[in-house]
Design a protein around this ligand. Structure first.
Ligand code: ADP
Ligand code: GLC
Length: 479
């Protein structure tokens, strides 16, 4: 079976969040199941060296954003189909934003072009390959199922995965005309959304199957609180909606072989964590002689992640003997709050504002626990990395966090199944309560180490979920 993935990010080539990790790992996990994936991705500046050594497999003169060609190249075990349209993608800045943080004002044309190139390839096929299923990720790929909507013609089946419903790709309707979208699709059942066009809603309306990245989130988004305005279309399409939990790349994230660690370790001996902790302390100016637990944060600094509430709980964390290491970037007010916390609590709180893949591995390697107090979390990957590195996750009871972390209640502690701590309410008080429970288990020593071993033995790879995607593709193909 052939599957075309359509995505705006893919690790290790271009990453702003978990979507990249998923797009980077899923093709390799599907391969042993007989599924050949090719991945359509914009040729951002970081991809241009790969474009130079690839082979042109398609050329379009008239995508919504002008001309573009598709270049195929193998890299890091992935068959990439790069959309080479320099006027759209070969620019300084992020995949979605200027260096200043503002969205590019032609994002609708950029990602409509990605979706249309993917649809045209899917429809016509390449010389040696044609997809049976097209799998579109998030709003950036949301128009793919729409462009593939050709009544009466045999087109590939489509799957739309929601990684984050907060980003909906919403644009004024007149933009739609420039994107080659038909007016008769501009309906409340189709891509119309409060008088605008929503790329994500379009994908949800026209895809054959909808998935999101955890079973709990699949239920949550049916409610107004989590559906963010799209609960109506999701309820209407409930019978084709399912949740498939993300896995992680257990080779890239392996504490026994991770080159970003100063000392590797595994579940039989966690002593190596100490050396990694010392390195974190050195890099962030934390007191190396401190004996209490070291908590970390590795995150986009946004409202979603509940880090404003965490910032308020920092005095409690410090007064009770904890240290905190923060790696993240995003909202200026949160960057300021964590920078100031590092000044106020010198030696106890350390902040690095920025994006640093290697340092994120080191933090997982050397910390005792990772804090993820998200207001909503479709899946979350950092808690899975934490489990794998014996860095106990302290997480909000929502979405994929609730599906992957077993709370250290008394029964779970006794049974030896606990792997982390669940926060019941995302507020300074709720976080402080969870911290208190973590402090008391940490002080007990043995229980904490048992939890670390339980965490490290949890199955967090892609095996089960890759099979779930394979089953879904097979199911949709039989229709
Ligand atoms: P989201 O996709 O909502 O940001 P996830 O937990 O699914 O959340 O994925 C976040 C990914 O981005 C993880 O791989 C995490 O390690 C990484 N990450 C987040 N912030 C940073 C940062 N400042 N530096 C390095 N990696 C980061
Ligand atoms: C999104 C979500 C995150 C999820 C990731 C990968 O960015 O916020 O929870 O893990 O996508 O699916």
């Amino acid at each position: 079976m052939n599957v075309l993935m359509v995505t705006s990010e893919c690790a290790p080539f271009i990453k702003t969040g978990g979507l990249a990790d998923v797009a980077g790992a899923l093709p390799g996990a599907l391969k042993p199941l007989g599924i050949e994936v090719r991945t359509m991705l914009p040729a951002y500046p970081a991809l241009m060296p790969l474009v130079a050594r690839g082979t042109e497999v398609a050329n379009f003169g008239d995508l919504p954003g002008g001309a573009g060609r598709v270049v195929q190249v193998e890299a890091e075990g992935i068959t990439l189909l790069l959309l080479d349209a320099p006027q759209l993608f070969d620019r300084r800045g992020g995949p979605y934003t200027h260096e200043g943080g503002q969205d590019w004002n032609d994002n609708h044309r950029r990602f409509a072009s990605l979706a249309q190139a993917a649809a045209r390839i899917s429809f016509d096929g390449l010389a040696d390959w044609k997809p049976d299923v097209v799998h579109a990720h998030d709003w950036q790929a949301g128009l793919t199922p729409v462009y593939l909507k050709q009544p009466g013609l045999p087109v590939p089946k489509t799957v739309m995965t929601i990684h984050n419903i907060a980003f909906q790709g919403r644009y004024a309707p007149f933009e739609g005309q420039q994107l080659g979208l038909r007016w008769d699709w501009f309906t409340p059942e189709g891509m119309e959304y409060h008088g605008d066009i929503s790329f994500l809603k379009a994908g949800l309306a026209y895809a054959d199957r909808i998935t999101t990245v955890s079973p709990t989130y699949a239920r949550e988004i049916l409610s107004p609180r989590f559906g963010m305005g799209l609960e109506g279309v999701l309820n209407a399409r409930q019978e084709v909606l399912s949740g498939i939990l993300n896995g992680i790349d257990t080779d890239a994230w392996n504490p026994a072989t991770d080159p970003a660690l100063v000392r590797p370790f595994d579940a039989t001996s966690l002593a190596g964590k100490q050396a990694n902790r010392a390195e974190i302390c050195a890099r962030l100016g934390l007191d190396p002689a401190h004996e209490g637990p070291l908590f970390c944060v590795i995150s986009r600094l946004t409202e979603q992640k509940g880090l404003d509430a965490l910032a308020e709980a920092i005095p409690h964390l410090v007064e009770n003997g904890g240290q905190l290491a923060v790696l993240g970037s995003g909202a200026p007010e949160l960057e300021t709050a964590f920078r100031e916390a590092a000044e106020t609590h010198a030696g106890k709180v350390g902040t690095y504002i920025g994006y640093d893949e290697g340092f994120s591995h080191l933090l997982q390697g050397g910390s005792d626990a990772i804090l993820i107090p998200s207001r909503f979390e479709p899946c979350g990957l950092t808690q899975l990395y934490g489990l794998r590195y014996g860095t106990l996750p302290i997480v909000a009871r929502t979405g994929g966090l609730a599906d992957t972390v077993i709370d250290a209640n008394l029964a779970a502690l006794r049974a030896g199944t606990a792997t982390g701590f669940l926060i019941d309410e995302v507020s300074a008080t709720g976080i402080s309560d969870a911290l208190d429970r973590a402090f008391s288990v940490h002080a007990a020593g043995d229980d904490w180490q048992r939890m670390q071993r339980a965490a490290m033995s949890q199955e967090v790879g892609w095996d089960i979920s890759a099979r779930a995607y394979a089953d879904l593709y097979k199911e949709v193909l039989t229709e």
